[in-house]
Design a protein around this ligand. Structure first.
Ligand SMILES: Cc1ncc(COP(=O)(O)O)c(C=O)c1O
Length: 319
């Protein structure tokens, strides 16, 4: 367990919801900024080393956790890193949060319109080759086999922790974006033989699209790791997206304020705030039955909270 994160019992919030709640603290994953993207990046880095690449091209939003985790790892390993980001180019004049760490890591950043991402990545890749590098292109969000394997392995980590606690979950709830994390957890659950329902709360995609992407990644992972899966059950819920990626509604902002106040659990408006709100409402409605053992997977997002200036006043006011 080289990079294990803590698992802790949430007594006050669990009690107020009538569930037996534990939180997996991947927000504390040991890399600056932490989170699931750092866990994925570490596994992807193993693959980069195995294949002998010496440089990276990847993409994401200007506040992408994946881009930040990748840029920091590249700096640590001495790899050249080119990031093709989308968002407001003006932000580069006064970078904050993830973008600040990206700039400090020495990654080369280009901010382009979303429709120009693919052509810019191709050009960046070509430039690296022309300069004599052996580059690797990582899909946005770390949505690749190695990223998924990171979470199959995380299930082994948590199974060990649960054994020590003599506790295992009926439900695992987490935010789901590209769906790699959820797919890894589903395959890990299958491998461990647990009878646990994994509920991914969408941060952007409608369930018709998101569930299919998770299913496809489960298929690839189970083929890759030889995990026998008779039928792949995917629960991908899209009721808490609000107005879309990075946009949080009132109830999400209230949840963020309440979780911090009640038990010091820090959530964010883009990812974990939506997932935690989903978990609260599923428990309140009885869909997650009273007394259930529930594991909330805190995938990080602190830097997204710190960069969400438009919401901070409202979060504080909700207390
Ligand atoms: C903090 C955080 N949580 C959850 C997710 C979603 O993870 P995935 O893309 O593996 O579904 C992301 C993706 O950016 C993230 O940064």
């Amino acid at each position: 367990l080289i990079a294990a994160t803590p698992l802790f019992k949430s007594l006050r919030i669990g009690k107020s919801l009538g569930i037996d709640l534990c939180v997996k603290r991947d927000d504390l994953f040991p890399s600056i900024g932490g989170g699931n993207k750092a866990r994925k990046a570490l596994k992807i880095a193993e693959e980069i080393e195995r294949c002998g690449y010496d440089s990276i091209v990847t993409t994401g939003d200007v506040q992408s956790n994946h881009a930040r985790a990748t840029a920091l790892l590249a700096a640590e390993k001495g790899w050249k890193c080119k990031l093709v980001l989308h968002g407001d180019p003006e932000l580069l004049k006064k970078p904050s949060a993830n973008l600040l760490l990206i700039c400090m890591s020495g990654a080369e950043v280009e901010i382009v319109d979303p429709e120009d991402i693919s052509s810019t990545m191709k050009r960046a890749f070509q430039e690296l080759q022309n300069d004599g590098f052996h580059p690797c292109e990582i899909p946005g969000g770390g949505h690749c086999i190695a990223g998924g394997v990171a979470y199959v392995e995380a299930l082994e980590e948590i199974a060990y922790q649960c054994e020590l606690l003599r506790w295992n979950p009926n439900y695992i709830v987490l935010p789901s974006g590209t769906g790699t994390t959820q797919a890894g957890i589903i395959c890990g659950v299958e491998k461990s033989g647990w009878d646990t329902k994994v509920i991914g709360i969408s941060v952007a995609r409608p369930s018709s699209v998101g569930a299919q992407v998770v299913r496809e990644m489960c298929q690839q992972l189970s083929d890759h790791l030889d995990i026998e899966m008779d039928h792949i059950q995917v629960e991908f819920r899209d009721e808490w997206i609000g107005e879309g990626y990075g946009k949080a509604g009132q109830e999400v902002l209230r949840t963020i304020g309440w979780a911090a106040l009640t038990e010091g659990i820090i959530l964010d408006p883009t990812y974990t705030g939506k997932a935690f709100t989903g978990m609260l409402e599923l428990a309140e409605s009885g869909e997650i039955e009273r007394g259930s053992r529930v594991l909330f997977w805190n995938t990080g997002g602190l830097l997204n909270l710190l960069s969400a200036e438009q919401y901070l006043e409202e979060i504080l006011r909700s207390n």
